[in-house]
Design a protein around this ligand. Sequence first.
Ligand SMILES: Cc1cc2nc3c(=O)[nH]c(=O)nc-3n(C[C@H](O)[C@H](O)[C@H](O)COP(=O)(O)OP(=O)(O)OC[C@H]3O[C@@H](n4cnc5c(N)ncnc54)[C@H](O)[C@@H]3O)c2cc1C
Length: 379
Amino acid sequence: MTDILIAGAGPVGLTLALALHRRGIGVRVLEKREGLSSASRASTFHPPTLDALDALGVLAPLLPGGVRVNRILWRRVDSGASATVDLAIVSRETRFPHRWHREQHYLTPALLAALPPGTVRFGAGVEAMEQTDAGVTLRCADGSAHRGRYAIGCDGASGALRALAGIGVEASDYAHRVLRLLTPLDLRAHVPDLDGLGYLHDAAGSCSLLRMPEVWRLIFRIPPEMPDEAAMEEDHARARIARFLPGLRDMPVAGRDVYGVKRAMAVAYRAGRVLLAGDAAHLTNTRGGMNMNAGVHDAMTLAATLGAVLRGASDALLDAWAAARLHVVREALLPRTDARVAASPGDEVARMAALTPEQARAWAREACMLDIARIGAPG
Ligand SMILES: Cc1cc2nc3c(=O)[nH]c(=O)nc-3n(C[C@H](O)[C@H](O)[C@H](O)COP(=O)(O)OP(=O)(O)OC[C@H]3O[C@@H](n4cnc5c(N)ncnc54)[C@H](O)[C@@H]3O)c2cc1C
């Protein structure tokens, strides 16, 4: 019997596996795909996530070619009013007081390489689960069966293990979708005070600018009534650019896509010997770039809790962990990333410009997830 079985070799399952392995705990990861995913998804690593990855010894492979973001900008394109927050304001609490922009598919190979060979079994989608007082058995599509003391569902939004454990989920789609444009043009040359993340506003809305290693991402909200095909059209994209970046209407566009945004929350993080982490437990709007980061924090706090329980602490610690992480999702993660808040920004630029240094520090702690990352870890 393995100590811990993990369903899913995404960033959360692999972080959990490595954090357990570093504690000397036996772990096996079962992954449905034949290899790691290379899809373009998360791009933002927040300070406590960088602290965690550094502690696991996998930060170095993420750094070459990534983008360090020290400062966040808000700017009114009509009046030119602006505000900035320098993330150095949180440097007392983290070794990395900045955001790091790098695609998540650079993290997963680094995690995999740090695990002992054979830890991850690919082509092994979990299809069935049985649990007793002593352990859990997972049966996979390739015919294999695996027994562990606990099983953790890190199998993403589809949540196969969550469903097998009978844990319900509350989910809803946001009405709007997002148009994402990529440009190789360095927007810092065109937007005063822009570092690696900016929010441009006019009286009726906003767009986000996010610097990635080779391109900038421009993120626009598209209204519910507009079909994806219309949002993708050249004229529509150019009009959006012109509204927020006058003079750059004809900028080179190297890629574009439209995606929907959802919010979802498992009603519990635990059912017997099955626990959840990452997208299997929570799904948010991409605003603030928090969902994968929160999954990594689930993994780090769960590894510490499982370590204590396997060393003889009460199993009730896992209930406390599950309740604490659910509270984080309900009270912080979902409200902070709520697309409806962003839909009515009011004069966000004036609000940010009016913050006192102490208020700016409190804002930055929340935006960087420093206030919630370690909640649930045993004391
Ligand atoms: C466009 C976009 C932008 C985003 N930007 C950000 C961002 O900037 N910052 C941020 O923090 N988050 C962001 N996110 C969210 C982030 O991508 C996810 O939160 C993250 O991938 C979750 O990791 P995970 O390991 O929980 O799940 P996943 O990455 O979905 O991995 C789950 C794994 O489980 C496997 N699996 C599925 N079913 C089974 C099964 N039955 N048995 C075994 N394995 C199975 C899958 O194949 C997969 O490999 C973004 C998402 C999108 C779509």
